[in-house]
Design a protein around this ligand. Structure first.
Ligand SMILES: Nc1nc2c(c(=O)[nH]1)N[C@H]1C(S)=C(S)[C@@H](COP(=O)(O)OP(=O)(O)OC[C@H]3O[C@@H](n4cnc5c(=O)[nH]c(N)nc54)[C@H](O)[C@@H]3O)O[C@H]1N2
Ligand SMILES: Nc1nc2c(c(=O)[nH]1)N[C@H]1C(S)=C(S)[C@@H](COP(=O)(O)OP(=O)(O)OC[C@H]3O[C@@H](n4cnc5c(=O)[nH]c(N)nc54)[C@H](O)[C@@H]3O)O[C@H]1N2
Ligand code: SF4
Ligand SMILES: [Mo]
Length: 697
């Protein structure tokens, strides 16, 4: 028999059972705006899963079914964002390079944030003292489109008086051209596209690069609309269209002028619109007069009948919706090309019809108070300006930059003449800091790699260049390791450098209050509280918005047709040495160089970059399908596998996508072939201007 002690205190204490472990499968769904440089700015539904150790991880991503424009799907690339976010090589801690940057394989030591920032700040302070703040070159683009992490964080550099980087790599030629004709970049509501009877996709591979326009185009098609694609090669969009005009590269201004002539000759212009809303029609008529269908055909490589039929279609179909991309702008004569094309709806009066007109970007509808965004108000007029397309030149030692600070950008891959860019980054007298989410080839050339957060890990606001919704993202995930938002890194550097400008230290809340502090009717009732509560809010752009029906936001208040755009051929002519024009447009499964480190997306793109050649050019170059070939330009040489296809036209070679050099057979970026040449207006990039020869490898 057991004898129990009478005194309860003598009983053995039973330890409390441990709490039930959280179920391993617990998940929650969150809604966030896609931060990538893409017009669609999708509202995404992201599934976050709690891990056994209590941490959380994004595991699945799709589109928000409730968002009227996103319509429940994400693109073929961003559905894989979780793999990029959880990538095994994602930098999680500050890293300092321990071997020379000229060694092919970088070696790193992990350092604390304090060590890294103290040393970087010390070196910047020394540079400022010895050579002035203008010896610091920040380099950035739109890896993150957030108004805080993408746009506002430049405030530090302006407060310091560092060199002012002109962000020209993508849209500046188009923007400058649009401004001449129309002023601010306003646009037709993408949800009005189903009203269009003719859709022209002109120099845009929209099925790949603007995929949420596709349901709208399909709806228009169901209503009987025709779809025409104008592009030098048969891309996905051309294959989808009812008709493909395989234009010779760099000749769009000629085609637009040829169409205009037919509009004038056949009386397909809208006299009332021209009188009320435009200025300079006589100059445009005179410029168009020279462009008979025959001459237009000779220059553009189309037939005279194709030119006539295209003009008739545009002239007699209301509403016609023209969606231009940046493809035609990436030439020496690119801004003029875009200006010519975008003036077509001013002749036909399409701006007066719902679903008619032309769209390049909706950016101008976001009438935010941008006065102090990026501390623009403290920009110093004496700060040297550097066109980002000329980075290769800027990194020449003679120019005198002592520090390069890269964020939201991957210049070793995406910038023109990238062979020289890489050589410049390797200079041992240049401090290179790369703030990154991925171990990119730019990061591999850094003295310091600093680990950045992603859009799920820090709060931000997002506009769009393809629709009218403003987005707000709270931070939904705790950053892994020691990743930090750009804004945190810059504030910490600013503190160390004694920067007093208050806007440098703004949080997302401060910035939101500032940006929404405006009386513009498009932002009526759009308060920070509402934006935070709803997450995505449509601007108060009126339903059935007709942006240029009565004129434009130009100094005259009218759409400016004069001075008329005039066709000037690309000066870098094809010749016996360089008989082919090389186009390097975006790949379906990458977003610029983002996603280039995901194996499955590389495989979806064919496993390695390929050069498309038509059978005649392959034969003339002595190369065969499936073999490697050398591609040589005035800038450099790369090796690529050949794909012989009639998708390409004679005289045109195509390599889709800015692949990581690491995934190419020779380790080289395609931009080793492209040049720093600038556009006729806006200082833009001219990636498709490149002339090359192809020879057996
Ligand atoms: N899947 C995917 N989507 C993306 C991107 C991506 O990399 N991948 N990038 C994003 C970014 S940053 C941007 S700027 C946009 C760019 O998206 P787009 O504007 O669609 O891309 P572009 O490089 O301008 O090329 C578009 C098309 O123009 C054609 N083109 C080239 N030269 C000419 C010409 O002389 N005349 C005409 N008519 N067409 C020509 C090219 O062959 C190509 O098919 O896409 C965004 N979306
Ligand atoms: N040959 C050729 N070259 C081209 C083009 C072409 O068509 N042909 N297209 C051009 C165009 S249109 C563009 S827009 C440029 C784009 O060039 P980039 O702006 O360099 O775009 P990505 O290659 O996507 O690289 C963006 C980088 O930013 C990083 N990033 C993203 N979010 C953050 C963040 O919050 N913080 C930090 N610190 N980093 C972040 C990503 O990890 C990624 O490595 O490329 C241009 N280059
Ligand atoms: S990359 Fe573009 S299409 Fe893809 S999810 Fe982001 S915004 Fe949408
Ligand atoms: Mo771009």
């Amino acid at each position: 028999m057991i004898e129990w002690p009478r005194d309860a205190e003598l009983w053995p204490t039973v330890p409390a059972p441990p709490p039930y472990p959280p179920p391993m499968t617990a998940t929650r769904d969150v809604l966030l705006t896609c931060p990538l440089d893409c017009p669609d700015a999708c509202r995404l539904k992201i599934t976050i899963e709690r891990q056994p150790d209590g941490s959380e991880k994004a595991v699945k991503l799709t589109g928000d079914p409730a968002h009227p424009y996103t319509r429940g799907f994400a693109c073929a690339k961003t559905v894989h964002y979780p793999a990029r976010q959880n990538h095994p090589e994602r930098p999680l801690y500050p890293l300092r390079r321990v071997n020379p940057k000229t060694d092919p394989e970088p070696q790193w030591e992990r350092v604390t944030w304090d060590e890294a920032l103290d040393d970087i700040a010390g070196r910047l302070r020394q540079l400022i003292a010895e050579r002035g703040p203008q010896s610091i070159l920040p380099y950035h683009y739109a890896g993150n489109m957030g108004l805080l992490e993408g746009s506002h964080v430049h405030a530090l550099w302006r407060a310091l008086g560092a060199a002012e980087l002109e962000e020209t790599i993508c849209a500046s030629a188009g923007t400058a051209a649009w401004e001449v004709g129309y002023g601010t970049r306003l646009a037709v509501d993408p949800l009005d596209v189903p009203h269009a009877r003719l859709i022209v996709l002109w120099g845009i591979n929209s099925l790949s690069t603007h995929s949420h326009l596709t349901p709208q185009i399909t709806a228009a098609r169901k209503n009987g609309a025709r779809v025409v694609c104008v592009d030098p090669y048969r891309n996905r969009t051309a294959a989808f269209a009812d008709e493909h005009l395989k234009i010779r590269p760099g000749t769009d201004a000629a085609l637009a002028l040829g169409v205009m002539r037919e509009l004038f000759v056949n009386g397909w212009t809208d006299a009332e619109y021209l009188a009320q809303a435009t200025e300079g029609v006589d100059d445009l008529r005179a410029a168009a007069e020279e462009w008979s269908p025959q001459r237009t055909a000779e220059v553009t490589g189309l037939t005279a009948d194709e030119v006539r039929d295209f003009a008739r279609l545009i002239g007699t179909t209301r509403p016609t919706y023209i969606r231009v991309g940046y493809g035609m702008t990436r030439y020496e004569n690119g801004a003029t090309a875009l200006r010519a094309v975008t003036l077509l709806p001013a002749l036909t009066g399409d701006w007066r019809y719902r679903g008619g007109g032309c769209v390049m970007s909706t950016s101008g509808t976001f009438k935010l108070n941008r006065r102090r965004l990026g501390a623009a108000h403290v920009t110093r007029p004496e700060a040297p300006r550097v066109n980002m397309n000329e980075l290769a030149n800027a990194l020449d030692p003679a120019v005198g930059f002592g520090a390069l600070f890269v964020y939201n950008c991957n210049p070793a891959v995406v910038s023109p003449d990238s062979g020289r860019v890489r050589a410049g980054m390797r200079r041992d007298d240049l401090l290179v800091v790369v703030l990154e989410q991925a171990m990119t080839e730019s990061a591999r050339l850094a003295d310091y790699v600093l680990p950045a957060t992603t859009f799920m890990e820090s709060p931000d606001l997002y506009t769009s260049y393809g629709h009218f919704w403003l987005g707000y993202n709270p931070a939904e995930l705790t950053p892994p390791g020691e990743c930090r938002p750009n804004s945190w890194v810059f504030a910490e550097l600013a503190r160390r450098l004694g920067v007093e400008e208050p806007s440098v230290y703004w949080t997302a809340d401060d910035l939101m209050a500032e940006l929404l502090d405006t009386d513009h009717p498009f932002l009526d009732g759009l308060t920070p509280e509402r934006l935070k509560a709803e997450g995505t809010v449509r601007l108060n752009v009126p339903d059935g918005f007709l942006p240029y029906a009565y004129g434009a936001e130009t100094p005259s208040g009218k759409v400016q047709l004069a001075p008329a755009p005039r066709f000037v051929p690309v000066q870098a002519e094809l010749n016996a040495d360089f008989p082919l024009r090389l186009l390097t447009p975006p790949a379906h499964h990458f977003l610029n160089s983002t996603y280039g480190n995901l194996g499955n997306l590389n495989r979806a793109e064919g496993g390695e970059p390929q050069v498309l050649l038509c059978p005649a050019d392959a034969a003339a170059s002595g190369v065969q399908d499936g073999e490697y070939a050398r591609l040589t330009s005035e800038q450099g040489e790369v090796r690529r596998r050949v794909k012989v296809t009639d998708a390409a036209q004679p005289g045109v070679a195509v390599v889709e996508g800015t692949w990581w050099g690491l995934t190419a057979p020779d380790g080289r970026s395609i931009n080793e072939l492209t040049a720093q040449t600038l556009t006729d207006l806006g200082g833009g990039s001219t990636f498709h201007n490149t002339r090359i020869r192809v020879s057996p490898a």
